[in-house]
Design a protein around this ligand. Structure first.
Ligand code: HEC
Length: 125
């Protein structure tokens, strides 16, 4: 009896915390989506991404670079999977992830540029 609401609470908490980080199920209406939401994402070019990633280095220490702002925690982005990086940047861009700095950063990129960035950053150790 008493464990029921507790379990529901955990389930809800899990759904809330994992929802942002995990992929949303792509099973929903593909037919209703406009042409912009193509099922095949652009292929990232690491060379192009390297140039684009220049501005990221100030905050996200990339190999050999120190964080310019060590006063707050900045996640490590180098070496993460391209898929994860693409998703994170896309979510910032669409406002699904809320962070003023990263939303501003990602807003200036096209889907192709995000793919390029992800391709490059995933190769950085
Ligand atoms: C002014 C500082 C700053 C700059 C410049 C910056 N970022 Fe960020 N970035 C952050 C902070 C702070 C976070 C954590 C935000 C949060 O908590 O959601 C973050 C988060 C991220 C994340 C999510 C990482 C994760 O594991 O959740 C990615 C991906 C990312 N940044 C990529 C980039 C890229 C690519 C660039 C360059 C185009 C860039 N950032 C430029 C400060 C910055």
């Amino acid at each position: 009896m008493r464990s029921q609401p507790l379990a529901a609470c955990f389930a809800l908490a899990f759904a809330l915390t994992s929802g942002a980080a995990l992929a949303d199920p792509p099973s929903d209406p593909p037919a209703a989506a406009p042409a912009a939401a193509t099922p095949s994402p652009p292929v990232g070019k690491a060379e192009a991404g390297r140039t684009l990633a220049y501005t990221c280095q100030g905050c996200h220490g990339i190999t050999g670079y120190k964080n310019a702002y060590p006063s707050y925690r900045v996640p490590k982005i180098g070496g993460q999977s391209a898929q994860y990086l693409t998703q994170a940047l896309t979510e910032y861009r669409e406002g699904k992830r809320k962070h003023p700095t990263m939303q501003a950063q990602s807003m200036s990129f096209s889907a192709q540029e995000i793919a390029d960035l992800a391709a490059y950053l995933s190769t950085v150790k």
